[in-house]
Design a protein around this ligand. Structure first.
Ligand code: PHE
Length: 458
C-alpha cells in the first residue's frame, strides 16, 4: 500500500460513511456537544459577552472553517489515522514524514480533553435523574447552587458519573464508529435543537430576554481582554472539534465524490447556531434570577434547573434536555477517542476492542484529576487554577490552536495547489481560491497575532 502513487485513491482501513449525510451527521455530532451548551455560555459570561461573542464568531468563520476544510481534505487524501496520514502526505508533498508529529500531539490533546469532558458529561447525565425525579421543583437561585455544589463537591458522585460516561463512550468506540452512531445522531440532534427552541420560547416569556440579547450581542470592546481573545480563539477550535485530528480521522472515511466546502459550511453553521441558541436560552434565566453570568463551569447546571423547576411539565423537559445533552456529549467524546484508537489499531496491530478499552482505561484514570478538582483537590491551584482549569486552558487555548495552525500551514503552504484543489474543487473555482487565501494568509496570521497579543507582545 505504501507504494501507491499519490494520484491513485486510497481506501480507508476502518470503513466508509454510507453517504455524505452520514458524514455530516458524524462531524456535526462531534462538533455539537458540551462546547455549545455548557462551555460557550459560561466563557461568554466570564468574558463580558458582546465583544467576546463577536470575536468568537469571526474566529469560527475566518479560522475555524478553513481549518475544518483542511482537516477533511488531508484526512480523505490519506485515509488513515491522523498520525499516519500526516506522515504519508507530508512525505508525498515535501519528502518528510515528520508532519506525523501533528497527529501525535492531536491524539494527546484528544486524550487530555476527554479526561475532563467526561467529568462534565457525567454531571449532565446525573442531572437527567435529578430532573425527572423532581429535584428542581420550586428551587430558588441559592437552592440550585446548593444542589449543584452537592454533586460537584462529592468526589464519589462525580467520579461515579464520570465512570458511567467513559464506559458508554468506550463501548461505542470499541464497536466501530460508523455503525449505530449515524442512526442515533439523525434523530437525537434534531430533537436537541427542537427542545432548545421550546426552551427559547420559555426564556423569551419568563426570562429577561432583552437583557440577554444586549449582553450577548452589544459589543463593549473595552471588556475583551488579551486573554479573552485567546479564549475565544481556543473555543472556536474546541467547538468545531478542529486542531486535534478528530475531523481528519472522520474525513478518512468520507467517500471521494462529496463536496468538502458545502459540507463544512453546513456543519459550522449548525454548530454556531446551536451555541447562540443555548446562550439565548440560558442568559435570560441568568438575568431574571439575579445569577452572576460569570459563575463559571456550573452556569448551565445552575441556571436551567431554575427554569425547569417553574415551567409546566418541567420534570419531563428537564430529563429530556439533560439526556439529549448527554447524548450530544457522547458523540463528541467518541470523536475525541477515535484518532487515538485508530492509531493504536494501525500501529500496534491490536484489535479495536483492545485498543478502545486500553485507551479508555487510561483516560478514565486521568479524569480523576478533574473529578477531584471540584472537591478534594479544589484548593490545589497553580498557573490558571485547579487541574481542571489548567487542562482546559492548555488543551483548548494552546494545543488546539497550535495544532490547527500546523494543519492549515501544511494544507496551504506545503501541499501543492494541485493536491488541495483535487480534493476541494478540481476546477479551482472561486470557492477554492477563497479557501486557499484563508488557509495561506488569514488563518495562520490571525492565530499567530492572537497568541502574540495574549502574551503581551504588542
Ligand atoms: N466540539 C466538541 C464540543 O463542542 C468538543 C470536541 C473538541 C470534540 C475537540 C472533539 C474534538 O463539545
Amino acid at each position: 500500500m505504501d507504494a501507491d502513487p499519490p494520484t491513485e485513491r486510497r481506501i480507508s482501513l476502518h470503513g466508509e460513511w454510507s453517504s455524505r449525510f452520514a458524514f455530516i451527521l458524524a462531524v456535526a455530532g462531534s462538533a455539537v456537544g458540551l462546547g455549545n451548551v455548557w462551555k460557550f455560555p459560561y466563557i461568554a459570561g466570564e468574558n463580558g459577552g458582546g465583544a467576546f461573542v463577536l470575536f468568537y464568531l469571526l474566529c469560527v468563520s475566518l479560522i475555524g472553517l478553513p481549518i475544518m476544510m483542511a482537516e477533511i481534505l488531508i484526512g480523505r487524501r490519506g485515509r488513515r489515522n491522523p498520525v499516519a496520514t500526516m506522515g504519508l502526505i507530508g512525505d508525498e508533498e515535501s519528502g518528510t514524514s515528520k508532519w506525523a508529529i501533528v497527529g501525535i500531539v492531536g491524539i494527546g490533546a484528544g486524550i487530555l480533553i476527554l479526561s475532563y469532558y467526561s467529568v462534565i458529561a457525567g454531571w449532565a447525565f446525573a442531572y437527567v435523574w435529578k430532573g425527572i425525579s423532581g429535584s428542581f421543583s420550586g428551587l430558588d437561585a441559592d437552592a440550585v447552587g446548593t444542589l449543584f455544589g452537592g454533586l460537584a463537591g462529592s468526589a464519589l458522585a462525580t467520579g461515579t458519573w464520570h465512570t458511567v460516561f467513559m464506559v458508554m463512550t468506550v463501548a461505542v468506540v470499541a464497536k466501530g464508529v460508523e455503525r449505530g452512531l449515524e442512526k442515533a445522531v439523525r434523530v437525537l440532534m434534531p430533537a436537541l435543537i427542537a427542545l432548545l427552541f421550546v426552551l427559547l420560547g420559555y426564556s423569551m416569556v419568563a426570562g429577561d430576554f432583552a437583557g440577554a440579547v444586549e449582553f450577548m450581542f452589544a459589543p463593549r470592546f473595552s471588556e475583551l481582554t488579551r486573554d479573552g481573545a485567546l479564549i475565544a480563539l481556543g473555543h472556536a477550535f474546541f467547538t468545531l472539534s478542529v486542531g486535534m485530528g478528530a475531523v481528519m480521522a472522520y474525513g478518512a472515511y468520507l467517500p471521494d465524490e462529496h463536496s468538502i466546502g458545502k459540507t463544512s459550511m453546513a456543519i459550522v453553521a449548525a454548530d454556531t447556531g446551536i451555541a447562540m441558541l443555548a446562550g439565548l436560552v440560558i442568559f435570560p434565566i441568568v438575568f431574571a434570577n439575579g445569577l452572576d453570568p460569570a459563575t463559571g463551569p456550573g452556569l448551565v447546571f445552575q441556571s436551567l434547573p431554575l427554569a425547569f423547576g417553574q415551567m409546566p411539565g418541567g420534570q419531563i423537559v428537564a430529563g429530556g434536555f439533560f439526556l439529549l445533552l448527554t447524548f450530544a456529549a457522547w458523540t463528541s467524546a467518541i470523536s475525541l477517542m477515535e484518532p487515538g484508537v485508530a492509531w493504536l489499531i494501525e500501529t500496534l496491530r491490536v484489535g479495536r476492542l483492545v485498543a478502545a478499552w486500553a485507551l479508555g482505561l487510561s483516560i478514565w484514570l486521568l479524569g480523576f484529576l478533574s473529578v477531584f478538582s471540584f472537591n478534594v483537590l479544589s484548593d490545589v491551584t497553580f498557573l490558571r487554577g485547579t487541574f481542571f482549569d489548567n487542562l482546559d486552558y492548555l488543551t483548548a487555548n494552546i494545543m488546539l490552536p497550535l495544532g490547527g495552525l500546523a494543519i492549515v500551514v501544511f494544507a496551504g503552504w506545503i501541499m501543492s495547489q494541485n493536491s488541495t484543489a483535487d480534493e476541494i474543487d478540481p476546477g479551482a473555482g472561486s470557492s477554492y481560491r477563497a479557501w486557499r487565501f484563508l488557509a495561506r494568509y488569514i488563518a495562520p496570521i490571525a492565530v499567530i497575532l492572537i497568541f502574540l497579543n495574549a502574551i503581551g507582545l504588542f
